[in-house]
Write a protein that binds this ligand. Structure first.
Ligand code: PLP
Length: 422
């Protein structure tokens, strides 16, 4: 019997039957029939505490007994108030205001609308376009699709439907690059800003790690240079930390590597530990205060039904508490060391003819191949080793839960490696 469930990113004619998940604990989920799979992707990078974490589950249950939902229009409640304060505390200094929404894409839509309205309120209504980067991925809604990589990205089919924005080349300098190596990346940004700054509201980027657009990693110098250019050209800097936020790059936020405060920052995926969908768009005083005024144009016209949902806010608070109390940054350092040992120290993988590059940053590792054809069958290979891997395009990667024990981290890495070095 075919299922009425329409799966994402799937070719309906060729998709294999989706295995049914019935539960999970720690880094593994369990399938109907009892098979357990070690999740190398932590469910699209959000289940950072793994499955069935007792503290997160209890937080949701307790909140459900008190208040499951209430609108944030004209009302406030404790979990939203407390989470906003916590996010202000842990994010880079200066991000003092929090706008909640229900997903990463919507969080980015909020960021872009905020940037455009900011400039309008500042008397620069022509600044109504974005500057994004090639290899960027910012979400699947229309506004977000329009700032994803328009060529290699997954949304090129919709180009006729989308508004036009500006794009700079993807950064090429590696994470460890010296300042000089970043100069040409920054020169490319500068060239576009010099020509088009009059119509650019914001520069958007996934700081240090462009994730779904190809796991491209770059240097903290690039973030600092981008900050300076944005100040010079009166363009807001928006960090999309939906994927990089909450430890993925080895610091709590990618911005922390560069000690840069963006004007607007978007968080989602790891925000609730993956237990409920939610997002937060943070803004500095400069952005927020522009909206203080008494004309109709001063109100920010956005308000998702489920913004600030109490269950989501409460589990996000618990997620952050566990992250800090159990020193997750230390765990991430350990995972990163294991990934380097397994995938980089032994040069065999890099020398393989099908492998173009191998990269590790924080709790993220990617093997980029020359041709996506060479990844055909890798998911089945991984499942035979008890591992859930889901490559996309030319990238075989892992973004594990941070609670993944060392032996399991080695199992994931060796499963990735064995696909090539059989
Ligand atoms: C996943 C992702 C999004 C979109 O988040 P959704 O919750 O899927 O809408 C946006 N930006 C980045 C960097 C992401 O990785």
């Amino acid at each position: 019997m075919t299922s009425p469930v329409w799966h994402p990113y799937a070719h309906l004619a060729t998709q294999p039957t989706a295995p049914k998940v019935v539960g999970g604990a720690g880094p593994r989920f369990t399938l109907e029939g009892g098979e357990q799979l070690l999740d190398a992707t932590c469910s699209w990078w959000c289940m950072i505490h793994g499955y069935a974490h007792p503290r997160l589950v209890t937080a949701i249950k307790e909140q459900a007994d008190t208040l499951c939902h209430v609108m944030l229009g004209g009302l406030i409640h404790d979990p939203a108030e407390r989470l906003a304060r916590e996010l202000v505390r842990v994010t880079p200094p200066g991000l003092n205001h929090v706008f909640f929404s229900d997903s990463g894409s919507v969080g980015m839509e909020v960021a872009m609308k905020m940037a455009v309205q900011y400039h309008r309120l500042m008397g620069k209504p022509d600044k109504a376009r974005m500057l994004s980067l090639m290899k960027a991925y910012h979400g699947d809604t229309a506004g977000c699709m329009a700032v994803c990589d328009p060529e290699e990205g997954m949304h090129s089919l919709f180009s006729g439907y989308l508004p036009r924005h500006h794009f700079a080349p993807a950064p090429t300098a590696t994470f460890d690059a010296e300042y000089d190596a970043v100069a040409s990346d920054l020169a490319a940004l500068r060239a576009i800003l010099e020509q088009h700054h009059d119509e650019i509201a914001a520069l958007l980027m996934e700081p240090l790690l462009q994730a779904a657009g190809g796991l491209n990693m770059t240097s903290p110098h690039y973030l600092r240079g981008a900050r300076e250019l944005c100040d010079e050209f009166d363009v807001l800097l928006v960090f999309d930390e939906v994927a990089t936020g909450f430890g993925r790059t080895g610091r709590l936020f990618a911005a922390d590597h560069a000690q840069v405060t963006p004007d607007i920052m978007v968080l989602s995926k790891g925000l609730t530990g993956g237990y409920l969908g939610h997002a937060a768009t943070l803004a500095t005083d400069r952005v927020h205060d522009a909206f203080i005024g008494d004309t109709p144009q001063h109100a920010f016209m956005h308000g998702p039904t489920f913004m600030g949902n109490p269950l989501a806010c409460r589990v996000a608070l618990e997620s952050l508490a566990v992250f800090e109390e159990e020193d997750y940054l230390e765990k991430i350092t350990d995972l990163s060391r294991v990934l380097r040992e397994e995938l980089l120290v032994d040069q065999g993988l890099l020398a393989h003819p099908q492998v173009r590059d191998v990269r590790v940053l924080g709790a993220t590792a990617a093997i980029e191949v020359e041709d996506s054809v060479s990844l055909r069958g890798v998911a089945e290979h991984a499942r035979a080793h008890g591992v859930w891997l889901r490559p996309f395009g030319r990238w075989l990667y892992t973004m594990p839960a941070y609670i993944t024990p060392e032996a399991d981290m080695r199992l994931i890495a060796s499963t990735m490696k064995k696909w090539f070095l059989r």
